[in-house]
Design a binder for this molecule. Structure first.
Ligand code: PLP
Length: 456
């Protein structure tokens, strides 16, 4: 086994970490975090510290760590057939079975699944398919995609553009010009504090209508959104938001891409976020919870009306010119089959709903009266705490104070609980595995309350 010093040195010298301050890391100013093993809701680092992972990795290890049912399926698939491609009609039992399992669970009117590797490439696929769709329908000018500020859809060129967080644009020449942003549906952060929730929803809808009018509906192809804003701060939609937004999209013949990378397969206590909010998607993006991150796999679930046009396109133009070497990778597909089966067998979607409700109510009860806690919100096993400098006037801390990061670091140091400091300043996020128990909720809430008291 390598000594810690050696690992630290190799890490600093060789490893380009994503979403990391590169210079500080290379100088050794931020610690190397080497994770060794994990079980249930706990991960263990190289020094034997057992940490309660209240963010399930990057909200992806939904079934929990160390599941033999999934690792055995991966090993069996790797031994039988580690790889074959899925081009020109090839497949494996695992990939075909998984596509059936996904559609059995998906909302009505969904037709086929295209497999990728991660959420970003799935959304890249989606935008290409939307463009293809409009070209086949003979309206090549209908190409722009609307996303929301503070939405997160990946970090590729199109998907980094769709992501409405400045950090993902800065110095990358993003967003590209085909992507337009409309306002974030965050009632707590509304500019006009006198607005009711209904008035705020109406303002979101008006902002979308104005954007469409400004650009011209005949230039707008699609709208993408997460059922609950995730990385932008875990923000459930304000009252009436989705029905009103969908009505606008329908009126202007704009396709709806529902990005369920975080919410898909149970995180909100329903199989999909679309089920919870009555969303009628043309495409649903899935990734993380599809395999509980035991292997990289994503998917685009294509709705019936798009599928018909895609078929027509290939009759007119030949095979669709889009594919990844690892589309429907057998090992990912085997992990997906075992994971979805496990989620059913252990009734984990229902657990996410009931334990999630307990997490949200306990967090509210423990923190709502704190003078620097402005908002505690969530849905299912998603929960966020937002800090404010002054509650009555709802003024925020200077982002440079990094209050969210301070609280998260304090929780880790004091109680070995991992919560995520969200990229939007002063928000702390929770998205634990679905097998979380009520006792573990109590541990998370107590650790949060203690850290908030320590820092603020
Ligand atoms: N879409 C959503 C809603 C996400 O939260 C993420 C990642 O967090 C992505 C897309 C991108 O997925 P990936 O990081 O697997 O490319």
């Amino acid at each position: 086994m390598l000594k810690n010093d050696q690992l630290d040195q190799w890490d600093r010298e060789n490893f380009f970490h994503p979403s990391t301050h590169l210079a500080q890391h290379a100088r050794g100013e931020s610690p190397s975090r080497v994770i060794k093993t994990a079980s249930g809701v706990h991960i263990e680092d190289r020094d034997g510290n057992k940490l309660l992972d209240a963010f399930a990795g990057l909200y992806c290890v939904n079934a929990g760590y160390g599941r033999r049912e999934i690792t055995d399926a991966i090993a069996a698939q790797a031994q039988e057939l580690a790889y074959y491609h899925s081009y020109v009609g090839h497949g494996t039992e695992a990939s075909i079975t998984l596509s059936k399992m996904i559609l059995d669970r998906a909302p009505a009117n969904m037709s086929k699944v295209y497999f990728g590797l991660g959420g970003s490439d799935a959304n890249e696929t989606n935008i290409k398919l939307v463009w293809y769709y409009n070209n086949i329908l003979g309206r090549p000018e209908k190409k722009k995609i609307i996303s929301r500020w503070r939405g997160y859809h990946g970090s590729g060129i199109v998907t980094g553009s769709l992501t409405g967080l400045e950090l993902f644009h800065k110095k990358f020449d993003l967003p590209i010009e085909q992507v337009k942003h409309t306002m974030a549906p965050d009632f707590f952060r509304r500019d006009d504090l006198s607005q009711t929730e209904e008035q705020f929803t109406a303002a979101c809808v008006a902002d979308l209508e104005e954007l469409i009018a400004r650009e011209g509906a005949d230039t707008i192809a699609g709208f993408i959104g997460e059922p609950v804003l995730g990385t932008g701060g875990i923000v459930p939609p304000p009252k009436g938001y989705w029905p009103a937004i969908q009505a606008v999209l329908k009126k202007h013949d704009i396709l709806l891409i529902v990005d369920e990378v975080v919410t898909g397969f149970g995180r909100l206590g329903t199989m999909f976020g679309s089920d919870k909010y009555g969303l009628e998607a043309d495409i649903i993006t899935i990734a993380k919870g599809l395999t509980s991150a035991y292997a990289p796999l994503s998917g685009s679930i294509i709705g019936e009306r798009m599928w018909k046009v895609l078929e027509q396109g290939t009759d007119e133009n030949g095979p669709i010119g889009h594919g990844w070497t690892y589309s429907a990778h057998p090992i990912g597909a085997a992990a997906g089959v075992a994971n979805l089966k496990l989620i059913d067998d252990l009734d984990l979607v229902a657990n996410a709903g009931s334990v999630g409700a307990y997490l949200n109510s306990s967090m509210k009860e423990a923190l709502a009266d704190h003078p620097h806690v402005g908002d505690v919100r969530g849905e299912g096993l998603l929960c966020a705490v937002e800090f404010v400098k002054d509650k009555d006037s709802r003024t925020f801390f200077d982002p440079a104070d990094k209050i969210g990061a301070q609280v998260s670091a304090t929780m880790l140091a004091q109680d070995k609980v991992i919560a995520r400091a969200m990229p939007q300043a002063d928000m702390l996020g929770f998205a634990p595995p679905f097998c979380l128990s009520r006792d573990e909720v109590d541990t998370i809430v107590a650790a949060t309350a203690r850290a908030v008291k320590t820092v603020l």
